[in-house]
Design a protein around this ligand. Structure first.
Ligand code: HEC
Ligand code: HEC
Length: 343
C-alpha cells in the first residue's frame, strides 16, 4: 500500500464519519423536516445535537489515538513498518466508522419518526372528527358557535365565537400557538404546549377553512427594522412594551413576542386575538406589516456580539460546531507535524 493511499485511508478514518453524518443530516432535513411544527423541529434538533457531540467525541478520540501512535513511533522503539501502520489505521478506521454508523443510523431513525409529518395530507374526515371531539362543545356544530348569556372579558357572548369565516389564518394561529383548545371559555388564551400532532393540526385547519370562505395563512417577508421600530412604537408598544417584552393591560396579560414566529406575528396583527385590536390593511399595510415582523425578530436577538450566532440555538450546537471544527484543525496540525518530523 502506497503512502498516499495510506494517508487517504487515514483522512477517511478521521473525517469520513463526520462527513457522512453531515450529508445524512442535510438530506434528512429536506426529506423530513420541511414544514414541520416547532415541536418536531426541536426533537430533531436535539437528536442532531447529540449526534453532533458523538461525532465530535469519536473524531477527537481518533485524533488522540493517532497522535499517541505517532509520538511513540517517533521515540523510535520497534517502529512498525508500513504493514503495521496499515493495520493500525485500518483498525482505527473500522472502529471509528462503526461508531459513526451507529450514530448516523440513530439520527436516521429519528428522521423516519417524523417522516409522517412531511407526508401528512389534511384529511377532511379526520379534521371533522377532531373538531367534534375537541372544539364543538364551545364552537358548536359546524362552527356555528354556542350562544350563552354570559359574555367573556373579550365581549364574546357564549362559549366560543362562530368559526364560519375565520379561515385557515385564525385556525393556524390559534392551534399552533397552543391557544386552542381552551380549558375554560372565559379564560384568556395563552401560549401553551400544542396538544395535537402536525397531521392533526393540518386536518383541523383544513376543516375550519372548509366551514366558509375566510382569509388564508399569510407568508410574511421581514422588511426594514428601522421602519418596523417606528410602526411598532406607534401601534404595539403601548401594550407589548418597546422591546416586545409584554406586560399587562386591564383584563389581560400581554405576552412577550419572543416565541411568536414571523407568520404568527402577521396573523395576530390581522386577527387581533382576545383583547388585542385587529389592524386592517388600511391601518397597517402589507409592507408595513413586514417591517413590523422584521423589528419583532430584531428584538428577539438584537445583536450578535462575538460573531457567529449559529441560529441562536444556544450553547449546545455552538459547542458541537466548535468541536467539529476543532477536530478537523487538530487533524490538519497532526498531519503537518507528522510530515515535518518525517522530513
Ligand atoms: C391593546 C393592547 C395590544 C395592542 C395595541 C397590540 N397587542 Fe398584540 N396582544 C395583546 C394581547 C392581550 C395578546 C394576547 C392574546 C391572547 O391571549 O389571546 C396579544 C398577542 C399578540 C401576539 C401573539 C403572541 C403570543 O406568543 O401569544 C402577537 C404576535 C402580537 N400580539 C403582536 C402584536 C403587534 C405586532 C401589535 C402591533 C401592530 C400588537 N400586537 C398590538 C395586546 C395588544
Ligand atoms: C372551552 C371552550 C373552547 C374550546 C374547547 C375551543 N375553543 Fe376556540 N375559542 C374559544 C373562545 C372563548 C375563543 C375566543 C378567544 C379570543 O377572543 O381570543 C376562541 C377562539 C377561537 C378561534 C379564533 C376565532 C376568531 O374569531 O378569530 C379559533 C380559530 C378557534 N377558537 C378554534 C378552535 C379549535 C380548532 C378548537 C378545537 C381544537 C377550539 N377552538 C376549542 C373557546 C374554545
Amino acid at each position: 500500500m502506497s503512502r498516499t493511499r495510506l494517508e487517504i485511508l487515514q483522512w477517511y478514518a478521521l473525517l469520513g464519519g463526520a462527513l457522512a453524518w453531515t450529508a445524512e443530516h442535510v438530506l434528512g432535513y429536506f426529506v423530513s423536516d420541511g414544514g414541520c411544527s416547532d415541536r418536531v423541529g426541536h426533537a430533531a434538533l436535539w437528536g442532531s445535537m447529540l449526534t453532533g457531540f458523538g461525532v465530535a467525541a469519536v473524531a477527537a478520540a481518533q485524533v488522540a489515538a493517532i497522535t499517541v501512535y505517532r509520538a511513540t513511533r517517533s521515540v523510535g522503539h520497534d517502529a512498525p513498518g508500513p504493514e503495521g501502520r496499515l493495520r493500525f489505521f485500518a483498525v482505527a478506521a473500522l472502529v471509528g466508522n462503526v461508531l459513526f454508523l451507529m450514530l448516523v443510523s440513530l439520527d436516521g431513525l429519528g428522521s423516519l419518526v417524523h417522516l409522517p409529518c412531511a407526508q401528512a395530507a389534511s384529511t377532511p374526515r379526520r379534521g371533522a372528527a377532531l373538531y367534534a371531539a375537541n372544539c364543538a362543545s364551545c364552537h358548536g356544530l359546524n362552527g356555528r358557535g354556542v350562544p350563552t348569556p354570559t359574555p367573556g372579558a373579550n365581549g364574546v357572548t357564549g362559549q366560543g365565537p362562530p368559526l364560519r369565516n375565520v379561515g385557515a389564518r385564525a385556525a393556524d394561529f390559534y392551534l399552533r400557538t397552543g391557544y386552542m383548545p381552551l380549558a375554560n371559555a372565559h379564560d384568556q388564551p395563552t401560549r401553551r404546549h400544542v396538544v395535537f400532532t402536525e397531521p392533526e393540526i393540518r386536518s383541523l385547519i383544513g376543516y375550519v377553512a372548509s366551514l366558509g370562505p375566510g382569509p388564508a395563512i399569510p407568508t410574511p417577508r421581514p422588511g426594514r427594522v428601522a421602519a418596523g421600530q417606528r410602526l411598532f412604537t406607534d401601534h404595539c408598544a403601548g401594550c407589548h412594551q418597546a422591546v416586545a417584552q409584554g406586560g399587562y393591560v386591564t383584563g389581560a396579560r400581554v405576552p412577550p413576542l419572543t416565541d411568536a414566529t414571523d407568520r404568527q406575528i402577521a396573523e395576530a396583527v390581522r386577527i387581533g386575538p382576545y383583547l388585542m385590536p385587529r389592524f386592517s390593511t388600511k391601518a397597517i399595510t402589507r409592507g408595513e406589516l413586514n417591517d413590523i415582523v422584521a423589528y419583532v425578530d430584531y428584538t428577539k436577538h438584537p445583536d450578535d456580539r462575538g460573531g457567529w450566532a449559529i441560529g441562536h440555538l444556544g450553547p449546545w450546537p455552538e459547542g458541537a460546531v466548535t468541536w467539529l471544527l476543532a477536530a478537523a484543525a487538530l487533524v490538519a496540525i497532526c498531519t503537518l507535524l507528522g510530515r515535518r518530523l518525517r522530513a
